[in-house]
Ligand binder design. Structure first.
Ligand code: C2E
Ligand code: MG
Ligand code: MG
Length: 458
C-alpha cells in the first residue's frame, strides 16, 4: 500500500487498510497509529470549465504531494474521486498528527499549475487515532469519515479529530429519524398556536400554527430539530399536509375574524400537490380561504422555481394570504419580493430589538412593505421596549412572548372566551385583519394592548 494506489472500491481499500493494520499489530512493537481521511474539494468551476480530466489531474498531483510528505513506513491509498486514506504508523500523538495534517492541507491547497492553467483546491482532513478508537479498518474509516464531515462543516482547510461525541450525535440523529418516520402514525404531533396581536387595537388577529412533537421518551421536541430531518428524508410533505389539515380544522373553531398562519417548507411548495392539500384542508374544515395564511421563509425569494411561482399565484387567487417569514435573515432579493404576491412581511426577531440600528432596520422594512402594499408584523417581541419600537416604526402587528407563547388549541379557545367577555363589556368588535392595512400607529390605544396582554398571560 505504498504509493497512492487508486481504487474506487471501498471494499478493496478496506482490505488494504486491514492488511496494513494486521502487519502493524503483528509487529507488536509500536501499536499506536493514526488514520487520516483527506478530502480534496475541487471547485465546481474547475471541473465544469476545464473538464473532468483536468480535475482528475489536479487530484492525482495532490496524491503525489501527499506521498512526498510520508515516511517509508506510512501508507497512502486513494479511496474515491477526491479522497485519500493514509495510515501513519509509530504512534503519532494528537499534537504530531495535527502538525502533519496542517502541513498536508497547506501542501494540497497550494496552487496547481497544469499546462499553464493555475488552479486552487481546498482540502479537509478527518483524523482517527488508534488503537483507542478502533482496530478494524471499516470502523476506523467510518470514524475518519465522521471527523472529515465535521472538518468540512467547520470550513475549508480544516482538520478534525474523531470524538466519541460526534458519533453519539450521529447515532442520536439516526434514532430520531427512525422515530420521526413513525410519529405521525403514532399520533405524536400537536399543533400549538401563538397569538398575533394588532398594534392598533391590542386584539388577537391571528394565530401562528407551530408544530410540536411529543416524543415518548425525549419529551417535547422543537420543530427546529426535526423539520430539517423531515425535509431531508422526504417526510415534510406528509407532515405538512397533516399540519394544514389540523390547523384548518381547529381554526374553524376560533372566532371568524382570526387568521391561522401555517408554515410551509419550500419543498412542499415545490412538490406539485400543495394546492390540492390546501384545497382539501379548507374544504374539509369549511374554512374560508382568507382565514388561512401560508408563511414561507425568505429563502424562497432566491430559489423559487416555476412550480413555486405558479403555486403562490394560485393561492393568492384563491384568497389565501401569503406571508414572508423571518424577513431580514437571508439574502433577500428585493426585486423578487416585489414580483411575488405576498400580503405581509414578518420581520425576524433578531432585528426587532431596541438598538438604534434595529429601529432603523425595522423602519426601513415597514417603508418597503408600505411601498409594496404589504403589511408588516414584528416577530419575537419580548419586552415593552421592543413593542414600543416596533409600533412606533409602523408595524401593524406583533408576535412574541410578550403576548404569549404557543399554546394548544383548547387553550386558544379558552383565551377567546375570556377575551370575548372583556370585549362585550367594552362593546368593541374585534377588527378584521384587512382593516389593519390602513392603520395609523399614532392612533394605537395602549391600554387595550395591555388589557389583552394580561389576559394572554393568564
Ligand atoms: P417561525 O415560523 O419563525 O416561528 C416563530 C418561532 O419563534 C417559534 O419557534 C416561536 O415559538 C418562537 N418565538 C415566538 N415568539 C418568541 C419570542 O418572543 N422569543 C423567542 N425567543 N422565540 C419566540 P418554534 O415553534 O420552535 O418554531 C421554530 C421554527 O420551526 C418556525 O419558525 C418555523 O420555521 C418552523 N416550523 C414550526 N412549525 C412548522 C410547520 O408546521 N411546518 C414547517 N415547515 N415549519 C415549521
Ligand atoms: Mg413562521
Ligand atoms: Mg419567523
Amino acid at each position: 500500500m505504498r504509493r497512492p494506489y487508486v481504487d474506487d472500491r471501498k471494499d478493496s481499500v478496506l482490505e488494504i487498510l486491514e492488511q496494513a493494520l494486521a502487519r502493524l499489530i503483528a509487529d507488536g512493537s509500536e501499536q499506536e497509529f493514526a488514520v487520516f481521511l483527506i478530502g480534496m474539494e475541487r471547485s465546481r468551476a474547475l471541473s465544469d470549465v476545464l473538464g473532468y480530466s483536468f480535475g482528475e489531474e489536479v487530484v492525482s498531483l495532490g496524491g503525489e504531494r501527499i506521498e512526498s510528505t510520508l515516511r517509508e513506513k506510512d501508507s497512502v491509498v486513494r479511496l474515491s474521486n477526491d479522497e485519500f486514506v493514509i495510515l501513519l504508523k509509530s504512534g503519532p500523538s494528537a499534537g504530531e498528527s495535527g502538525i502533519v495534517a496542517k502541513r498536508l492541507i497547506d501542501l494540497l491547497q497550494h496552487s496547481y499549475d497544469i499546462r499553464g492553467q493555475v488552479v486552487n483546491v481546498s482540502a479537509c482532513i478527518g483524523i482517527v487515532l488508534g488503537p483507542q478508537n478502533g482496530l478494524h479498518a471499516e470502523l476506523l474509516l467510518n470514524r475518519a469519515g465522521i471527523a472529515l464531515r465535521a472538518a468540512k462543516a467547520a470550513g475549508p482547510g480544516t482538520f478534525q479529530f474523531f470524538e466519541a461525541a460526534m458519533e453519539e450525535r450521529i447515532n442520536a440523529r439516526h434514532a430520531l429519524t427512525a422515530d420521526l418516520r413513525k410519529a405521525l402514525l403514532l399520533d405524536q404531533f400537536e399543533v400549538h398556536y401563538q397569538p398575533q396581536v394588532s398594534m392598533k387595537s391590542g386584539q388577537v388577529i391571528g394565530l401562528e400554527a407551530l408544530l410540536r412533537w411529543r416524543h415518548p421518551t425525549l419529551g417535547m421536541i422543537p420543530p427546529a430539530e426535526f423539520i430539517p430531518i423531515a425535509e431531508e428524508i422526504g417526510l415534510i410533505k406528509t407532515i405538512g399536509e397533516w399540519v394544514l389539515r389540523t390547523a384548518c380544522r381547529q381554526a374553524a373553531l376560533f372566532p371568524t375574524e382570526t387568521v391561522v398562519a401555517v408554515n410551509a417548507s419550500p419543498i412542499q411548495l415545490n412538490g406539485g400537490s400543495f394546492l390540492d392539500d390546501v384545497d382539501r384542508a379548507l374544504a374539509g374544515a369549511g374554512l374560508p380561504a382568507n382565514r388561512l395564511e401560508i408563511e414561507i421563509t425568505e429563502g424562497i425569494l432566491l430559489e423559487h422555481t416555476s412550480t413555486v411561482l405558479r403555486t403562490l399565484h394560485a393561492l393568492h387567487a384563491r384568497g389565501v394570504r401569503l406571508a414572508i417569514d423571518d424577513f431580514g435573515t437571508g439574502y433577500s432579493s428585493l426585486g423578487q419580493l416585489a414580483k411575488l404576491p405576498f400580503d405581509s412581511i414578518k420581520i425576524d426577531r433578531s432585528l426587532v430589538g431596541a438598538s438604534a440600528q434595529q429601529r432603523a432596520i425595522v423602519r426601513s422594512i415597514v417603508a418597503l412593505g408600505e411601498g409594496l402594499g404589504m403589511s408588516v408584523l414584528a416577530e419575537g417581541l419580548e419586552t415593552e421596549e421592543e413593542y414600543d419600537n416596533a409600533r412606533s416604526a409602523g408595524c401593524i402587528a406583533g408576535q412574541g412572548y410578550l403576548f404569549g407563547k404557543a399554546m394548544p388549541s383548547n387553550q386558544v379557545q379558552d383565551l377567546f372566551r375570556q377575551l370575548s367577555c372583556s370585549h362585550s363589556a367594552s362593546d368593541s368588535p374585534m377588527p378584521a385583519r384587512d382593516d389593519l392595512a390602513n392603520h395609523t400607529p399614532r392612533k394605537a390605544r395602549r391600554h387595550r394592548r395591555v388589557h389583552s396582554t394580561v389576559l394572554l398571560h393568564n
